[in-house]
Design a protein around this ligand. Structure first.
Ligand SMILES: NC(=O)c1ccc[n+]([C@@H]2O[C@H](COP(=O)([O-])OP(=O)(O)OC[C@H]3O[C@@H](n4cnc5c(N)ncnc54)[C@H](O)[C@@H]3O)[C@@H](O)[C@H]2O)c1
Length: 261
């Protein structure tokens, strides 16, 4: 059954150039939303926009560094000028860098926190009031299973993702009476460029090739496989849909059973 739940709505997706953000942009376009794609990688972002518009909706690419408040504010203004409204934010832009504690420079810690945590805060701060004023809308922050569990060399990444979960709860409470929902998704290992980078870093440290490390991660998962980006996007679409209006402030694992609590 083809569903088009978001006709006439506008979705803003950060990190739309690749991976989970791209899958979310495409899913919302397939379901009839106009999509604003925010990313720093202009070539990749332009490609996402082209694939979105192939679904008969409007899509725009906006160059935006989510860690820069001026960038985000002018991006949000551009979206409002073009589409006149915003209904959905998917905050997916993020980076991974993993070093063991004693080899982790403050600069690297700071960069991860700036993009993964402060970037989500800045985007939520820019868009939550617009949704609240409208009296409807959904924010979906892409956290990680690393927000609920950790591994050696995940200090700054886990800290940033735990931070996103805490931020999500607070924003959810501030806009709850306005019928706006705010949730986090905590993906497990998902087949994107990022996970291959993680594999090369952590796998390299453990003497495993990228493919060997990915296979070992799949083996650790109760479902014995990694996630496809569209499996994360499907949950984002659910969290923006009419079927989830009473879910807010949650951090939902989409990880094949890796983290259970
Ligand atoms: N892939 C996984 O296994 C996995 C698991 C859990 C959580 N996540 C999270 O999902 C989100 C997306 O990850 P992905 O795997 O799709 O990564 P990816 O590297 O494939 O894509 C990330 C996108 O974000 C963009 N980006 C990076 N920094 C940016 C910035 N400062 N401003 C704007 N755009 C920026 C990149 O250009 C890229 O297009 C991230 O927040 C990541 O932490 C990923």
């Amino acid at each position: 059954m083809e569903m088009k739940r978001f006709v006439g709505q506008v979705a803003v997706v950060t990190g739309a150039g690749r991976g989970i953000g791209k899958a979310c942009a495409l899913r919302f376009a397939q379901e009839g939303a106009n999509v604003a794609c925010l990313d720093m990688d202009d070539a990749a972002n332009a490609q996402t926009v082209e694939e979105c518009t192939a679904n008969g909706v409007e899509a725009i690419a906006i160059h935006c560094n989510v860690a820069d408040p001026d960038n985000v504010d002018s991006a949000v203004q551009a979206v409002q000028e073009r589409f006149g409204r915003i209904d959905i934010l998917v905050a997916s832009a993020g980076v991974y860098s993993g070093s063991l504690l004693t080899e982790l420079p403050v600069k690297q810690w700071q960069r991860t926190i700036d993009i993964n945590l402060t970037g989500v805060f800045i985007c939520n701060r820019a868009i939550a009031p617009i949704l609240a004023q409208q009296g409807s809308g959904s924010i979906i922050n892409i956290a990680s299973m690393a927000g609920k569990t950790s591994w050696p060399g995940s200090a700054e990444y886990s800290a940033s993702k735990s931070g996103v979960i805490g931020l999500t709860r607070s924003v959810a409470m501030e806009v709850a009476e306005s019928h706006v929902t705010v949730n986090a998704i905590c993906p497990g290992n998902t087949k994107t460029d990022m996970v291959r980078f993680v594999a090369s870093q952590i796998g390299g440290r453990d003497g495993l090739s990228t493919d060997e490390w990915l296979a070992s991660r799949a083996n650790d998962c109760p479902m014995k496989r990694l996630a496809e980006p569209w499996e994360i996007a499907g949950v984002a679409a659910f969290l923006a849909s009419e079927d989830s209006r009473y879910i807010t402030g949650q951090a939902i694992e989409v990880d094949g059973g890796m983290v259970m609590s």
